[in-house]
Design a binder for this molecule. Structure first.
Ligand SMILES: [Zn+2]
Length: 143
């Protein structure tokens, strides 16, 4: 038994099928409400970012805290069974995330990460995204 929670499983399955996960949809609608516009094209970019905002030169990854090992997050704890299997898999994900972020930055993109647990406080998340996407100076004119 891998003891995955149902959330882990459903996240995993939707990733495998290449569909939008619920967290991705929620981040999209949050950004939309904040007045940001994004492009559906993403396949040509390293790591296939979940959301691409061409006008802001920014890409957003919506990461599951478990699968991408959110640092210090209680949702990121390593399963207690088959430890070496999980360690290899999860550390592999983290290493790949770093490589992808570096590639994107070298292509001139700003790379933002939204953690699944941040969706519990959408208001705060929205403020952070605005700050990162427009900076303090441009706070009044999103878009
Ligand atoms: Zn987290």
């Amino acid at each position: 038994m891998d003891r995955l929670t149902p959330e882990h499983r459903s996240w995993n399955m939707s990733r495998i099928r290449g569909r939008d996960t619920v967290p991705e949809k929620r981040v999209r609608s949050l950004l939309h409400r904040l007045g940001f516009r994004f492009s559906p094209m993403r396949s040509g970019l390293p790591g296939k970012p979940d959301i691409v905002l061409p006008a802001r030169n920014a890409v957003v990854f919506v990461h599951g805290c478990f699968w991408h090992q959110h640092d210090g997050c209680r949702n990121a704890s390593m399963p207690s069974t088959r430890e070496s299997f999980w360690a290899a898999k999860l550390h592999g994900n983290v290493a790949r995330d770093k490589v992808v972020a570096k590639q994107l930055r070298s292509l001139g993109w700003r790379v933002l990460t939204v953690w699944e647990c941040e969706l519990k406080q959408e208001e705060l998340l929205g403020q952070r995204l605005r700050r990162q996407l427009i900076g303090q100076a441009g706070m009044r004119r999103a878009g």
